[in-house]
Design a protein around this ligand. Structure first.
Ligand code: IPD
Ligand code: CA
Ligand code: CA
Ligand code: CA
Length: 274
């Protein structure tokens, strides 16, 4: 395991890349010439997603040629997460592509760094709001350099929750059941459109609860940020034995600690897990 100084240097590098990617995607959107495409069925991708991915992964490869990379647009090989022997970078060049294409501000670049399947450093940069969330394991989480903490919510009925919906809409029933249960038992719902920002917003208390099924690049950095801000992060179904929990995206639940278990039970029941 790298020493704390080496992890700080890695977080500095990740932050530098996230800021550079932020400038790049802002510039591309300002040109009003965004080229969009469909990856599958209804998942949108723009040329800026690919440009930012190439820039970030290229810079990592140059500096750390022996590290592995898992990135949404150019290296989406999920089996990389199972190689615990080599350091792994997990990249989402634009989290919130639909927001990005529609001119909304809730867009982030997410960069995480893991050793032996555990995320050690995470940066989530939101270029349109000028906010950078950052954490290294064991040292707390910050927003633009200022320490952050979860909301301290104690009851679901006083909690604002966020979730998201998959691009493929073939099995909506469990999702709708969970939503119905949560809407009845919580204060209100937000569908912001960037999983990384949803989680960072739980970390800084703008939201109380987040749950979803997502990919490692959506949450790897933000999950560490939430944990370091004192939030509770886990899953409301079992993580397969041997798979790194830091990178398992199914049935993720991240919230203020005091509501976590109650919400887990609500989601398990609504999902038919018990
Ligand atoms: C998506 C966003 C969205 C979430 C989806 C993700 P993308 O990522 O994080 O909030 O609901 O599940 O796929 O495709 O914009 O990088
Ligand atoms: Ca995507
Ligand atoms: Ca994403
Ligand atoms: Ca993305």
């Amino acid at each position: 395991m790298s020493n704390p100084e080496a992890i700080t240097a890695i977080a500095d590098f990740a932050e530098e890349l996230a800021l550079r990617a932020g400038e790049l995607i802002k510039h591309e959107r300002e040109q009003n010439t965004l080229r969009t495409d469909y990856k599958q069925q209804s998942e949108l991708v723009t040329h800026a997603d690919v440009m930012a991915d190439e820039m970030i992964t290229g810079a990592i490869r140059e500096r750390f040629p022996n590290h592995r990379i898992l990135s949404e647009e150019t290296m989406p090989d999920l089996s990389q997460a199972e190689h615990l022997d080599t350091p792994l970078w997990i990249i989402d060049p634009i989290d919130g592509t639909v927001n990005y294409a529609y001119g909304h501000p809730q867009v982030a670049i997410s960069i995480a760094y893991a050793e032996q399947g555990r995320v050690q450093a995470g940066v989530v940069h939101a270029p349109f709001s000028g906010e950078t969330f950052r954490a290294t394991r064991g040292t707390g989480a910050a927003l633009n350099g200022n320490p952050i903490k979860h909301s301290g919510a104690t009851l679901p009925r006083d909690s604002l929750f966020a979730t998201g919906f998959p691009y493929t809409k073939d099995s909506l029933e469990p999702l709708v059941n969970r939503l119905e249960a949560m809407i009845h038992q919580c204060r209100d719902l937000r569908r912001i459109g960037s999983a990384a920002l949803d989680i960072c917003w739980v970390a800084c208390g703008r939201l109380d609860i987040y749950y979803e099924n997502v990919s490692p690049w959506d949450f790897a950095a933000a999950r560490l940020i939430a944990l370091e801000a004192g939030a509770t992060a886990g899953h409301f179904s079992e993580v397969p034995a041997g798979y790194p929990a830091d990178l398992w995206g199914r049935d993720i639940l991240i919230s203020a600690p005091a509501v976590w278990e109650t919400v887990r039970d609500i989601l398990r029941k609504a999902s038919g897990y018990e």
